[in-house]
Design a protein around this ligand. Structure first.
Ligand SMILES: *Cc1c(COP(=O)(O)O)cnc(C)c1O
Length: 361
């Protein structure tokens, strides 16, 4: 078997032991004579996966009792529409912090359903920082205040949860959920597509404070987009992506085996520190993001020109260092360091970066 050092931004690397478990159980799940994909989502057997994954997520993230946990079909972008549909009726606007491609995309979608108030933006400066909290022009009557905890493409991350008073805080955590402990009680809604740090494509985790389930929906909200209905049906309204849900349950179990979020956070910190240290040490690498908000999930850097970046990527691949090309929107190099990327893998990349820097002088 040959496996590369995988720095994919998403869908991303999975822990090897999770893949092995999937493989071992594929034809005959738990000795029952069928695969996990070949049984009803309402069976007591699938219910075990449903209940265990919710218990594990609640335990790992210390989710308070007054929050519901939903496992919804579709990608993170589905939430860009579901949020305004479910939460913005009878409110004058939604407040948004614009810090990169993903918040910009969420704003464009929300505009189709609601008034959008961009309370702060770093767009003019190519999304290279997070606007200081004291510059934000919040509307005290906003339906909610929305931000993106980690901008996966630009490589910008909020290190602190912003204080927005009594306005419910809504957060896209697709690229850094489960990367470290966070205080869930500070949020109205947290959501994350599973394919970066919590499993494979097809499933999105939504953690929502129960009082928000009571809000009136926009008149044409499809019933399949109704948070309250999905909560009432234990996320089984639509046949859920059962295999994706199963993989998430394996990933959550793996995280518990690693010692939970405190333990994984320490490793994650070492991983990103290692790469930023090299970027700062060698003149040939540049990272345009202000130091106090450099992403720990997606380390983005550039070389002097496209030719050098091409050489870097080619030589990296020759050493089994894969998927380091930056997103088409931003170019350059990007190393995604999600939970399933081991420290040793990042050390191998770091070694290569030093060598490459030395050879080009
Ligand atoms: C990848 C990503 C998305 C989009 O996810 P889809 O599942 O493709 O809709 C949204 N937000 C962030 C922060 C992401 O990293």
């Amino acid at each position: 078997m040959h496996r590369v050092h995988n720095f994919s931004a998403g869908p991303a690397a999975l822990p090897l032991s999770v893949l092995e478990k999937m493989q071992a159980e594929l034809l005959d799940w738990q000795g029952r004579g069928y695969s996990v994909m070949e049984m009803g989502h309402r069976t007591p057997m699938f219910r075990e996966i449903v209940d265990q994954s919710e218990r594990d997520l609640r335990e790992l993230m210390h989710i308070p009792k007054d929050y519901s946990v939903l496992f919804l079909p579709g990608g993170a972008r589905v939430q860009f529409a579901m949020l305004p549909m479910n939460l913005s009726a009878n409110y004058p606007c939604i407040d948004f912090i614009e810090t990169g491609f993903w918040s910009q995309t969420a704003i464009a979608e929300a505009k189709r359903y609601a008034n959008v108030n961009i309370v702060a933006s770093s767009k003019q400066d190519h999304y290279s920082y997070i606007p200081a909290r004291d510059t934000w022009q919040l509307n005290p009557n906003a339906a909610y205040c929305y931000y993106t905890a980690n901008e996966t493409i630009e490589g910008v991350e909020f290190y602190d949860i912003p204080d927005v008073g009594d306005i419910p805080l809504v957060c896209d955590m697709t690229s850094n959920i489960l990367a470290r402990p966070i205080e869930v009680s500070r949020f109205g809604v947290i959501f994350a597509g599973a394919q970066k740090n919590a499993g494979i494509a097809g499933l999105t985790l939504v953690i929502i404070r129960n009082d928000l389930l009571q809000r009136q929906k926009l008149p044409h909200t499809p019933s399949v987009f109704d948070y309250a209905l999905e909560a009432e049906k234990s996320s089984l309204l639509i046949t859920p992506p059962t295999f994706s849900w199963y993989v998430t349950s394996l990933v959550l179990n793996w995280l518990k085996e690693q010692g939970g979020l405190e333990a994984i956070a320490k490793i994650n910190q070492q991983k990103s520190d290692l790469l930023y240290q090299i970027i700062d040490e060698y003149d040939c690498y540049t990272n345009p993001i202000q130091k106090q908000c450099r992403s720990r999930s997606n380390v983005v850097f550039r070389l002097a020109n496209a030719e050098l970046e091409h050489q870097f990527l080619q030589q990296a691949e020759a050493r089994d260092l894969f998927f380091l090309k930056g997103h088409a929107v931003s170019g350059g190099i990007r190393a995604s360091l999600y939970n399933a990327v081991p420290l040793e893998t990042v050390q191998i990349l770091a070694e290569f970066m030093r060598e490459f820097a030395n050879t080009i002088g």
